[in-house]
Structures are given as structure tokens and as C-alpha cells.
Write a protein that binds this ligand. Sequence first.
Ligand SMILES: CC(C)(COP(=O)(O)OP(=O)(O)OC[C@H]1O[C@@H](n2cnc3c(N)ncnc32)[C@H](O)[C@@H]1OP(=O)(O)O)[C@@H](O)C(=O)NCCC(=O)NCCS
Length: 210
Amino acid sequence: MCCRTGGSRRREIASERTCGNALNLFYEGLFTRLPTLSTKRLLLRRITMADAQDIFAYSRDPEVSRHVLWDTHRTIHDSRAYIRYILRQYRQSDPSSWGIELTATGRLIGTIGFMWWNRENNSAEIGYSLSRAYWNQGLMTEALREVIRFGFEEMRLNRIEAQYETSNPASGRVMEKAGMRKEGVLRGRLYNKGAYVDVALHAILRGDTP
Ligand SMILES: CC(C)(COP(=O)(O)OP(=O)(O)OC[C@H]1O[C@@H](n2cnc3c(N)ncnc32)[C@H](O)[C@@H]1OP(=O)(O)O)[C@@H](O)C(=O)NCCC(=O)NCCS
């Protein structure tokens, strides 16, 4: 590790400061340099404008957007606007999403990523969506486990959260299978698609990982 020190306390403090700055720079650029992650069946990789058609193919499905905060895409322009937003997040190194590519076909079938990252408390929240054609094959659990690993190992997080509408139990099951624990239900937490909805909060702590 770069923080190994020797000699006087003053040198030690200077070294810690340098390491602290280096670490800050590392963290600040993390989402600009978002690395590709791989799992057994998936590549989690940066989204590009070339993915617009694949994203539109599933984001036009109201069943996919029913329990998320974005609206069903009406035309491919909506998908392109979403991609422009993601590219801006990458440029600014703001917490952002990977595209989920099915390795067997090379198609983009969903997204997963960080909604926010609180650097003071080393906490962050994950969100995700998957094309309906691929539901119930364990794919999102596979992706979520890998993003949780990235959060603890690369972002040095202490706590990772995820939330789902209680009327979307499949998402809660994904969180459980990835090792997250339910911490409670926040009643009427969100106004989504014309109604107030209850939201369940799940989290995993660094110490919870096996
Ligand atoms: C929720 C979602 C991510 C799940 O992805 P997925 O790849 O199908 O998830 P997995 O296959 O890894 O696991 C799904 C689990 O939910 C279970 N499940 C499916 N429908 C269910 C239901 N109606 N009630 C309870 N459990 C359900 C499955 O049986 C499976 O659990 P199991 O492995 O114990 O049998 C996917 O359906 C999706 O993207 N939906 C639309 C967007 C969305 O809701 N995003 C989440 C917002 S919080």
C-alpha cells in the first residue's frame, strides 16, 4: 500500500497527506475510468451511444419501468437522452451505471450502478433494471454481487444500500440473494407513477461480507 511510512512523525504525517491526496484523486476519477467487470455470463461495461437501440428495446416496456423512477421510453430519442446523461456522469466522474452486456450475444440487456456515493460516510446506493426477456435467470443477482464487490474493494465503502417498492418483491429477493439485509419499510416514501408507494430499504455492511 502507498501509505507505508518510516522515520519521523512529521515525515509520516506528510506521507499520509500525500497518500490521502493520491487516494482522493483516485476516487475522484473512478467513474471517469469506470472499469469493465466480468461475471460468469455478463460483462458490466461503460454504456455508449451505440447501445441506444438495445436500451430502447427494453426501456419501452412499461413492465420494466413500472417500479423505477424513470419513465417508459416513447421513442429512441428518450434512450439517447438517457445515454447522454450517463456520458455526462462519466465525464464528471459522478456515481453512474454500467451497461449489462450478455456475453453470449453481445447485447446490452440492462443497467446497474451507483445512484449516489457519500464519501464522508463511505456509503452508496445501487440501482438496476433488466430487460423483461431475461428475468428470473439469476442475471441481476450475478450483476449485483459483482457491483457490491466493486463497492467494497474499489470504492472502499462501508455500507451499500438498495431500495425497492414493496410491490416489486422480485427486486427484494435479488437483494437478499446478494447478501443484503432488509432494514425496514419506509411508508409512502416516494410518489411514483401517480401514487405514493412504500419502499423497503436493504443494506450490506463491509463486515457482513463472507
Ligand atoms: C427486479 C429485477 C431486477 C430482477 O432481476 P432478475 O435477473 O430477474 O433477478 P434474479 O433472477 O436474479 O432473481 C429474481 C428472484 O425473484 C423471484 N421472483 C420473481 N418474481 C417474484 C414475485 N412476484 N414475488 C416474489 N419473488 C419473485 C424469483 O423467483 C427469483 O428468486 P429465486 O432465485 O429465489 O427463485 C428485474 O425483474 C427488473 O429489472 N425489473 C424491472 C426494473 C426493476 O424493477 N428494477 C428494480 C428497481 S428497485
